[in-house]
Design a protein around this ligand. Structure first.
Ligand code: SAM
Length: 273
């Protein structure tokens, strides 16, 4: 696998693009473990974002019924189409943040780190069973952080509102070519059952987490413009807001359900639309 990767790189004189997060996996065991974690069989349709030179795609094609691989770099799309003859893989050329997703039930990807946040939020808008994803280590740690943790963030809260996320393996930078400046980690993501998912007002979450160490009341005061309130309107609402649930709690300690309580209070008081 490693030999094949490097022979393709030299055959096509490929310069990896750092703008596109091109760090190719060169350790077969990691690929194997991730394919294992996805628990694939021939009934599965897998979505892969960023197949690169096809090392993970190749392993996926052997286990899944169908693989859709979305690749933005036309150079790589051309190489993949020339060099592989997978009967069950469809390469989609385009930006994974924009192209229409085909139907799928699993996701396995070594993601380009530049799009970690928007692609994760996009995945969470779809119904799927499991995703096995490689992220930059710090991002992965934020994804799985718990309320009160030092790195609990807007991302942690939004992921927690919709899915179970577990960091299952750290990966050193030597597992990639070219070697990135940061370590990575594998996260397994499973959407929660529909009746346990919490839909949150994203403007409110943004307004709160802009000041994650403040109390809820202080954070909303500082971010009042993000809720569409001017200073005077906020002053008039202050008495009411001080009776809001969790008003004295620090933002980084809030669970998704507590943010929902705040949202419902603000809607009932006609402060939020
Ligand atoms: N899967 C390969 C591997 O593990 O060796 C490559 C992974 S590399 C970290 C990320 C891949 O995503 C690159 O092939 C890059 O060209 C592609 N990519 C970057 N931005 C993308 C986007 N917005 N949509 C689709 N693919 C993208």
């Amino acid at each position: 696998m490693r030999e094949r990767l490097f022979s393709l790189i030299s055959k096509y004189n490929l310069k990896a693009s750092s703008d596109l997060g091109q760090n190719f996996l060169v350790v077969p065991d990691i690929i194997e473990r991730n394919v294992e974690r996805a628990g694939l069989n021939k009934d599965d349709t897998v979505l892969e974002v960023g197949p690169g030179l096809g090392v993970l795609t190749d392993a996926l094609s052997k286990r899944a019924g169908k693989v859709y691989a979305i690749e933005k770099d036309p150079r790589l799309v051309e190489i993949l189409r020339k060099e592989y003859d997978w009967p069950n893989v469809e390469i989609i050329e385009g930006d994974a943040l924009r192209v229409e997703f085909p139907e799928f039930n699993k996701i396995v990807s070594n993601l380009p780190y530049q799009i970690s946040s928007p692609i994760t939020f996009r995945f969470l808008r779809y119904e799927f069973e499991r995703a096995v994803l490689i992220y930059q280590l710090e991002f992965a740690q934020r994804m799985v952080a718990e309320p009160g943790d030092k790195n609990y963030s807007r991302l942690s809260l939004m992921v927690r509102a919709k899915a179970y996320a577990e960091l299952v393996e750290r990966i050193g930078r030597g597992a990639f070519w070219p070697r990135p400046k940061v370590d990575s980690a594998v996260v397994v993501l499973e959407p929660k059952p529909k009746d346990e998912r919490i839909e949150l007002n994203e403007d409110l979450v943004r307004a709160l987490f802009q000041h994650r160490r403040s109390t809820v009341l202080a954070a909303l005061k500082k971010s009042h413009h993000m809720l569409g309130l001017d200073k005077d309107e906020f002053k008039r609402a202050r008495d009411v807001l001080s009776t809001m649930p969790h008003a004295k709690k620090r933002v980084f300690q809030l669970t998704p359900m507590e943010v929902k309580d705040i949202e419902e209070f603000l809607v009932a008081e006609k402060i939020l639309g």
